[in-house]
Write a protein that binds this ligand. Structure first.
Ligand code: PBG
Length: 329
């Protein structure tokens, strides 16, 4: 069956033909849109390295939620910018915290019936030092304490579930947090709230712009003692295995484009829903090229999302969610 009998170009000749044989598809319902909720009213502050992404007060976040629901987007991933930060990340687990308030308001809206509301669970937006856990000073060294952090993360998850989160998504990379969150949720009556674990999260330069959006850059050191080394695929599989063992219902892989092989490996190995997060730096990088006219906006955006899907992600967290959903409509 060689040329000229087999001519693969036969199936590429028309758009209709290409549509018929397409192997991978995108749909708005598989896209999750991140929102950064801040205090105040009428606030819509653009994040410099992320054109089209804003810090939104609750009233403005409601408008975004309506728009997302109308476009058929699958859900929202919520982050918060608290009024103040401290060493214990009080704002993360405060019943009246910023995301908790956002969730209560969103829950009342008609958009909420169509959207899955996912609350990111982490301490970094709420700690004065910007780390994802509690810091213990040991002489000149700073240690990010695992187990005390886990207790606060569990408390945070419970408070977000009470405020109305449909799913809680821990992104801190402390050991044992999934088990602790599951225990806590079950204990306070949220045994039906799923955990989407950022099981495979690499220490990445591509989170840079997010840290500006969430005002969460670490004030000293970096996140390499808890996020994974980008060189390690096998370790990512162990992280996922452990999180599933601890009760994670689904997993999130991150970043996406630079780690497509890790997504593919996870897809082949684990029979759970898998999402991938096209992170801030991936978005900024494309936006910068669009601004310069160096890449075609629509094609590059859709190609990046399609690649993530093809690698095996069932759903994609992306700042392009609205733009992509519009094109898919
Ligand atoms: C919180 C968190 C981060 C991101 C998602 N959750 C920041 C980080 O780990 O530094 C990054 C998302 C993005 O870059 O878009 N820990």
């Amino acid at each position: 069956m060689e040329y000229p009998v087999t001519r693969l170009r036969r199936l590429r000749r028309t758009e209709a033909m290409r549509n018929l044989v397409r192997e991978t598809h995108l749909e708005p319902g598989a896209l999750i849109y991140p929102l950064f909720i801040c205090p105040g009213e009428g606030i819509r502050k653009e994040i410099a390295p992320m054109p089209g992404v804003f810090n939104l007060s609750v009233d403005e976040a409601l408008k975004e939620a309506e728009a997302a629901a109308l476009l058929g987007i699958g859900g929202l991933l919520l982050f918060g910018l608290p009024e103040s930060k401290d060493e214990q990340a009080t704002g993360a687990w405060d019943e009246d915290g910023i995301v908790q308030r956002g969730l209560r308001a969103l829950k009342q809206s008609s958009a909420a019936k169509k959207l899955v509301l996912i609350a990111d669970v982490c301490l970094c937006e709420y700690t004065s030092h910007g780390h994802c856990g509690i810091v213990k000073q040991d002489g000149d060294d700073n240690e990010i304490e695992n187990d005390t952090s886990v207790r606060l993360l569990a408390r945070t998850a419970a408070s977000l579930a009470r405020a109305g989160a449909d799913i809680v998504a821990p992104s801190d990379m402390m050991d044992g947090r999934v088990a602790a969150i599951r225990d806590e949720l079950d204990e306070v009556g949220y045994d039906q709230t799923p955990i989407l674990s950022y099981a495979s999260k690499f220490a990445s330069a591509f989170y840079g712009p997010f840290r500006e959006a969430a005002d969460s850059a670490p004030q000293f050191g970096d996140r390499r003692s808890y996020q994974m080394d980008g060189a390690n695929l096998r370790e990512a599989m162990r992280e996922i295995d452990l999180d599933l063992g601890e009760g994670a219902d689904m997993i999130l892989m991150k970043p996406a484009l630079p780690y497509l092989d890790v997504i593919r490996a996870a897809r082949e190995r684990f029979d759970v829903p898998i999402g991938a997060y096209q992170v801030s730096g991936e978005y900024s990088m494309l936006q910068a090229a669009f601004a310069k006219g160096w890449l075609d906006r629509e094609r590059a955006m859709m190609e990046s999302l399609l690649s993530i899907r093809r690698a095996g992600a069932g759903f994609i967290v992306t700042y392009f969610a609205k733009d992509a959903a519009k094109l898919l409509a």
